[in-house]
Design a protein around this ligand. Structure first.
Ligand SMILES: C[C@H](CCC[C@@H](C)[C@H]1CC[C@H]2[C@@H]3[C@H](O)C[C@@H]4C[C@H](O)CC[C@]4(C)[C@H]3C[C@H](O)[C@]12C)C(=O)SCCNC(=O)CCNC(=O)[C@H](O)C(C)(C)COP(=O)(O)OP(=O)(O)OC[C@H]1O[C@@H](n2cnc3c(N)ncnc32)[C@H](O)[C@@H]1OP(=O)(O)O
Length: 396
């Protein structure tokens, strides 16, 4: 309690998710992101790691605590139950059926804690013939329909990193589900189960594509439409120094500014929306952009409405004046740079931890004590190999 007061005094406000207790079972990429979002906005997130593992693959552990627990032992299962009974959210990233096999399915846990929000983040969801199949982002994106639209004309399909299914359709969508369930619980007093399928999350993210098909926006083959790199005014261009500019000059008034900035004359060019002329116009833009460096083009287009921006590599994004002004990126105690949590809430913005990520099992002892385990019981669990405690000092 006193620590809580000190924190509030230091930061001056209570974060949106303060007081929310989350148990995150360690997973690959989407669930760790979901847990990090919740931690950034004030939730207490305890990641449950396996025992006998030295290094975590969780690169999104900001603000989390780590408990190292062997769920293959009945005592380990009992410990997890105790943690979940006193928590608001459990987040599990396993294949369908894994939690039930451990005796930790939603029926068991909700029976013991009816206020629990039981979030299940999987690729294919909890039902359907693929529910138990292994998969990764690219598979989920493929099944969502969206991957078929990603890629340039006459090139093969391309998954844009593992951003769309794992993180947008997966971790972020699951976090939305958790926040919605918390909001609803404040009225009903009841928890519920969240079935977050990355196929469906990614598909939902693409609602614009589905619902704009009748407009003709996607009528042409892949890579030849307005927003899929078909249009010359919505694409990237290489500059004289091998860097790139991004062009998004869709509306006529912005397109005029693009043409002006490029030093071209509208009268010498085909109409902006003459699709048959797009390949030729693209060649013209390509030649023009290749004549100046990225910095020179930025000077020309900065301060205009041409919708032209430099394509920044990760290590330059945080140094751009606009991003610096908004402090869009942060640097933690290790000097590691990463994006600040978004969006920004006016009264209670996220206050991400600046500390290093937890070592596996670093908080086993303190968390178990906090959740009511006597020191002698903790020692017994350690001796039996049910939990592992990793003393941070030994690692420094
Ligand atoms: C494209 C992305 C994935 C990218 C991941 C990469 C970023 C990383 C993958 C490997 C990493 C590298 C590697 O670790 C080596 C280095 C380590 C170093 O520390 C860092 C550098 C590394 C090079 C490192 C770098 C990177 O981190 C990597 C390259 C994705 O798409 S992620 C999305 C995947 N899909 C899902 O999450 C959907 C839902 N889940 C599933 O479908 C399955 O879980 C999945 C992912 C298919 C895995 O299936 P698997 O058979 O392995 O597991 P499950 O069936 O779910 O069962 C889990 C079993 O584990 C037991 N268990 C869980 N917790 C505990 C515990 N505490 N104690 C005991 N046992 C536990 C559980 O009971 C299950 O057991 P059973 O099988 O017996 O039922």
């Amino acid at each position: 309690m006193s620590i809580c007061i000190v924190v509030i005094v230091l930061i001056g406000y209570v974060m949106a998710l303060a007081g929310v207790r989350v148990i995150e079972l360690a997973g690959l990429a989407p669930a760790p992101f979901c847990g990090m979002i919740l931690a950034d906005f004030g939730a207490k997130v305890i990641r449950v790691d396996r025992t006998k593992v030295a290094v975590s693959v969780d690169t999104q552990a900001r603000g989390k605590q780590s408990v190292s627990l062997n769920l293959k032992s009945p005592e380990g299962v009992a410990v997890l139950k105790t943690l979940c009974i006193q928590s608001d959210v459990v987040l599990e990233p396993f294949r369908k059926g894994v939690m039930e096999k451990l005796g930790l399915g939603p029926e068991e846990l909700l029976r013991e804690n009816p206020r629990l929000i039981y979030a299940r983040l999987t690729g294919y969801g909890q039902s359907g013939s693929y529910a138990r199949a292994a998969g990764h982002d690219i598979n989920y994106l493929a099944m969502s329909g969206l991957l078929s639209m990603l890629g340039r004309s006459s090139e093969k399909l391309y998954a844009p990193l593992n951003l769309l299914a794992d993180f947008a359709g997966g971790g972020l969508t699951c976090a939305l589900g958790i926040v919605l369930a918390l909001l609803e619980r404040s009225r009903s007093g009841q928890g519920q189960i969240i079935d977050a399928s990355m196929v469906e999350g990614a598909a939902y993210l693409g609602s614009f594509v589905w619902k704009s098909r009748s407009t003709g926006l996607w009528n042409r083959p892949r890579g030849q439409n307005l927003l899929d790199s078909g249009a010359p005014f919505y694409d990237t261009y290489r500059t004289a120094d091998g860097k790139y500019m991004a062009v998004g000059a869709i509306e006529p008034q912005f397109y005029d500014q693009l043409i002006h900035g490029l030093g071209l004359k509208a009268a010498d060019l085909p109409n902006q929306m003459s699709i048959s002329d797009w390949p030729e116009l693209k060649r013209t833009f390509t030649q023009v952009f290749a004549k100046k460096t990225q910095a020179e083009w930025s000077d020309i287009f900065d301060g205009t409405d041409a919708c032209v921006t430099p394509v920044l590599p990760l290590d330059e994004a945080g140094l751009h004046p606009h991003n610096l002004q908004r402090r869009s990126f942060l640097s933690n105690a290790q000097g590691e740079v990463s994006p600040k949590p978004a969006p920004v809430l006016s009264r209670t913005p996220a206050q991400p931890s600046m500390s290093r990520d937890p070592f596996i099992g670093e908080h086993t002892h303190s968390v178990l004590e906090e959740y009511g385990f006597e020191p002698a019981k903790i020692e017994q669990l350690v001796s039996a190999g049910v939990v592992e405690c990793n003393k941070a000092k030994a690692r420094l």
